[in-house]
Design a binder for this molecule. Structure first.
Ligand code: AMP
Length: 118
């Protein structure tokens, strides 16, 4: 599978469509999900062209991997959900139910998140 440069998150990264930005670094962008499933629902994405976590882990540099992981904590800190806790989830491929083919972590918080998988 090749990376689709026209996916919605690629367009956000190129500034072609807007997002409600939460956090940005050299390697990571985080913004609010357009269709929140919980009180707080953020998305954390690497700036590099990676389809999913598998593609990322196979192709990203160590610094990209480290910064992506740290980006989640930065977002939790910014959203003030570190203390009470939160949930991180990444859908991968068809069985995972991934809709946007650019790696992203969902970050849910601000309330009890509830059942792990529905
Ligand atoms: P997934 O099913 O894991 O691929 O999740 C894709 C997520 O992207 C969904 O939760 C959508 O609501 C979200 N989404 C789609 N388009 C946008 C957008 N333009 N800005 C923010 N979030 C979006």
């Amino acid at each position: 599978m090749t990376y689709d440069k026209n996916n919605i998150f690629a367009k956000i990264l190129r500034g072609e469509i807007p997002c409600k930005k939460i956090y940005e670094s050299k390697y990571v962008l985080a913004f609010y999900d357009i269709n929140p499933q919980k009180k707080i629902h953020a998305l954390v994405i690497p700036k590099g062209e990676y389809i999913d976590l598998e593609h990322f882990n196979q192709n990203a540099s160590d610094v990209e991997i480290i910064e992506f992981s740290k980006g989640i904590s930065e977002v939790a800190k910014k959203l003030k959900i570190s203390g009470n806790g939160y949930r991180v989830l990444s859908n991968i491929g068809i069985d995972g139910g991934q809709e946007v083919p650019h790696l992203h972590y969902h970050v849910f918080g601000g309330e009890k998140i509830g059942k792990m998988v529905s």
